[in-house]
Design a protein around this ligand. Structure first.
Ligand code: GDP
Length: 315
């Protein structure tokens, strides 16, 4: 099977195989994977990339299940990729169990890929970015990157996504104090989960608390004022509103050029990051010292990152 051709046709098996290739630490597989990501790059970039973060138990998988089904009912194709920082350390994935997102998993317009269960060369964030490119080339309209909200991975994920959604549980140790300031600062939308049954009053209080807290943060560079909402994934309430806010954000940021600008900045970040990981710190520092990095940055608009890097192997 020609993986590239099959991915471009939207073949999910080919997409799965390609992502497995990305997970491989074998040098020959690595070369194939980089070539594939390069080939797919020109067909990528057309999706809305959403980061979804929240502590374990906040209701991420239930939310994504309900949110994802709403999107597929709107004829969207949706891919879900998970980042679990613990899998990098312990070589085991807590997000890997198949019972999560059961409705979405059975949907032919959804593709769910759990976090890799072993160490990945270049780290999980780099792997995830490459997977996003493959998913976009396969025609997915919305890509969700799920993280567990411990801080580190969110900052990296912010270098992949367009929009950041933070899920918060009211009154369960997940109060304002418990959430890292840095994560709140990244959020474009905060939603208080499980707003149903006995939780409704607490959730409304939490919403007000977060609205006030957000007023203390400076306005984002793109002019977006983060929104706070409530939702109940099991009752399917508040989910559509979140999707509408995301579509509206995407429309605004497309129109004012911010989406492109952010993606270009992200590409520069990944160029630096990937050179370090593929060629080593020493070579990277040399390129920096000789100011060659700037000329490589200029190539980003014309060439996929891995193509730029492979030309460095040869030089
Ligand atoms: P995750 O660890 O963040 O992925 O959280 P899960 O989606 O697995 O949810 C954790 C628990 O909260 C499960 O027992 C869910 O059934 C429950 N839960 C998730 N969403 C809701 C909701 O909207 N309302 C209520 N009452 N419970 C929910």
């Amino acid at each position: 099977m020609n993986l590239k051709d099959e991915i471009l046709k939207g073949n999910r098996l080919a997409l799965s195989k390609a992502i497995t290739l990305l997970e491989s630490n074998l040098e020959t597989d690595r070369a194939k994977a980089m070539k594939l990501v390069s080939q797919c790059t020109i067909n990528s970039g057309k999706s809305i990339r959403i980061g979804i973060s929240g502590s374990p138990g906040v209701g991420k998988s239930t939310f994504i299940d309900s949110f994802g089904k709403l999107l597929t009912s709107q004829e969207k194709k949706i891919a879900v990729l998970a980042i679990d920082p613990s899998s990098e350390r312990t070589y085991g994935s807590i997000l890997g169990d198949k019972s999560r997102m059961t409705n979405l998993a059975a949907d032919k317009n959804a593709f769910i890929r759990p976090s890799p269960s072993k160490g990945i060369l270049g780290g999980i964030a780099q792997f995830t970015r490459d997977s996003v490119i493959l998913c976009e080339a396969a025609g997915f309209d919305i890509i969700i990157i799920e993280t567990v909200g411990v801080g580190q991975s969110e900052t990296k994920v912010n270098n992949i996504v367009d929009f950041f959604l933070l899920l918060i549980l009211s009154g369960a140790g997940d109060g304002l104090q418990g959430i890292k300031r840095g994560i709140i600062e990244l959020a474009d939308l905060i939603t208080i989960t499980k707003t149903d049954g006995n939780n409704i009053d607490k959730a409304k209080e939490a919403k007000q608390e977060y609205i006030q807290a957000l007023q203390l943060f400076p306005l984002k560079d793109n002019g977006w004022k983060p929104i706070v909402t409530t939702c109940s994934a099991i009752k399917n309430e508040g989910i559509k509103k979140i999707s509408e806010k995301i579509y509206s954000y995407d429309k605004i940021m497309n129109m004012n050029g911010w989406k492109n600008q952010k993606r270009e900045q992200q590409d520069v970040y990944w160029l630096h990051h990937n050179i370090k990981h593929e060629l080593g710190e020493r070579r990277y520092n040399e390129l920096h010292k000789n100011k060659n990095i700037q000329s490589l940055e200029k190539m980003i608009k014309e060439k996929p990152i891995y193509e730029i890097i492979s030309s460095l192997y040869k030089s």
